[in-house]
Each structure stands twice: as structure tokens, then as C-alpha cells.
Design a protein around this ligand. Sequence first.
Ligand code: NAD
Length: 340
Amino acid sequence: MRILVTGGAGFIGSHLVRRLLADPRHQVVNLDALRYSGNLENLADVAGHPRYTFVHGDICDAATVEQVLKEQGIEAVVNAAAETHVDRSILDPHSFAKTDVVGTAVLLEASRKAKVERYLQVSTDEVYGSVETGMSTEEDPLIPRSPYAASKAGGDLLVRSYWTTYRFPVLITRGSNTYGPHQYPEKFIPLCVTNAIDDQPLPIYGDGRYRRDWLSVHDHCSAIEHVLLNGRPGTVYNVGGGNERENIAVAEMILEQLGKPTSLIRFVEDRPGHDRRYAVDCSRLRALGWAPTVPFEEGLRATVDWYRTHEGWWRKIKSGEFRAYYERMYGKRLREGVTG
Ligand code: NAD
């Protein structure tokens, strides 16, 4: 299959590109605008692969998208291009609406016109909103509570409408909090790991008792590939790792592995509208023959080791644009602190 992966230079996209290339039946085209989290170093090992092509472009740009679909003879599209960080969506909601809603609309319409055979939208469990008890099923209402989650939900609704309106063969995966190598260090786990390596404080929002279901990037990508190849058109599939943990517990595990003291933990002023818990029921995807394979302790250990042995990758990032972002996000919070 000739597959277009958008956002392939990002965290999940780059793992997905590598995974798809491992199957000799696939040709992979990666369309990425190389925003702050897009990094071609993530794919340096496959840059010269004979079945891989990189195109620098924006999913909001219809002419570029149409040209790529046509010239590359694309048969399937996986949309992993997005603005992805909740905190940044609070600082700059507009760019999230642009890429996650308008970009999705442009890509969908171009894909429909090009008669693409399968279109998969990579979405998130955050569209269900905070789930204090129980698990979200795919039929639950979408009650997003951050500009990020709301933009992703908008994209999902457009994608679903292409099935009901045009019978365009769409699929949606809603993955839970994902972790692994090559994740931009603004996200919780790599932020904790890289700060701890440098003996810097680990900023923990509120009381630290927020719960997330952690999913290894390897399991997330195996789920995306499985749904792309086997999913029923018009269907949404939840993807979760079955590893629910409180943020504070994850931070403590990281410190323990790195041999750093828990005194590095700093409770800071909470994120506005912070969702307390996400949890997804994955029985639909399990019935389709997928199951996660990476136990959290093992996956986290490997991830911490990766950041420990790839300092060049994240130090370059942390010394650039990231610095100003970090100061804006955490500078005052860390100076003032709160009691957890
Ligand atoms: P990321 O921020 O690491 O990567 C996003 C990529 O998209 C970057 O390479 C960026 O350059 C590219 N991009 C951004 N805007 C673009 C545009 N307009 N046109 C083309 N490319 C553009 O994000 P990620 O964590 O890899 O997330 C990928 C997808 O997975 C997103 O849709 C996200 O919502 C979803 N998701 C992520 C998680 C998670 O925990 N990381 C969990 C569930 C779902």
C-alpha cells in the first residue's frame, strides 16, 4: 500500500513511519510542516530508505496536499499531524483550531476527491473529557475541556461526517497518553526525565493525583497499523495501555530509576481546567485482534534509558525555542510553588 503519513517527523508519526517501512508491502510518504516538535533527526535512520519519501508541507495547504496525493499515487492516509500540547493550546488556541480542525478538513476533502481507499485519523482519549470513574467507550459523548481536546474533537466529528455523508472509508483511533523515545521534552515524562538528569525541579501540577492511562509508543503504533489494515470503515477505536497511574507516582518512578532524590518534586499552580482522569475501554479494538504488549515498568525503564543515552537529541531542543516556552509556562509557577 502507498501510505501518506502526515506529521511523520513528530513523536508518534516517526515511530509509525519506521514501523510501516518494516513491512515490505508498504511505500511511505511523510508530509510534515516541521513545526517546533517536527524533527527530521527522528527519522535519520530511514532517510535514504528506497520506499520512503519526505515532503515538507502543511496539511492546511490544499494545493500541496492534492499534489502529494496525486503524484505519489496514495492509497491510504494516516493523519498524525497536529498541534498536540494542552498547555500550548491554552496559550495559543487559534493554531490548534487551524491545524487540528481546518487541516483535517483540507486533508479529508483532498483524500475523498483523490479516492483514497482508507483514511485514518489519529485522535486522543482527551476528546471524552475528564472521566472521574469508569471507562469511556467509543459511543460516549465528546466533552472536551481544553482548546487542544476541543480541536481534536472537531476534527473527529468532521471525519465521522465523511462516513455518514459520503461513505468515505474513514477510521479513527483515540489513543491514551503515549510515551517513548523521541517525544518532545515539553510532555510530562520526557520533561521529568530530562529535568531530573540535570538535577532541576520536576514541576507537578496541583496535587499530582491526576490519573492517565500510559500507552507505549510501540503499542500505539501497532494499534494504528492494525486499525488501518483491519478496521471497519466508519468506526472509532479506543487505544489504551491499561497502565493507569497518578502523575506523582510516575515522577517518583523516574527519580528512582535515575537515582535522584524525591526532593526534586515541586508542586506548582495547576493548569486551568485540568482533566482529573482519562480512561478508555478498548474492548472493541481487542475484539479486532489487538492487545498492548509493553508493561509500563518495562516501557518506562527503556524510555528513561533512551533519554539518558541520547542527550544530544534533547539538549539541542531544550536550548532553543523551548527555553522561552518553559520560562513562560513554569518560571513563575516554580518560583511561587504550592503545597501538594
Ligand atoms: P508531535 O507534536 O510530536 O508531532 C506533531 C507533528 O505534526 C510534528 O512533526 C509537526 O511538525 C507536525 N505538524 C504540525 N502541524 C502541521 C501541519 N499544519 N501540517 C503538517 N504537519 C504538521 O505530536 P505526537 O505526540 O506525535 O502526536 C501525533 C498525533 O497523535 C496527534 O494527532 C495527537 O493528537 C495524537 N495523540 C498523541 C498522544 C500523545 O500522548 N502524544 C496521545 C493520543 C493521541
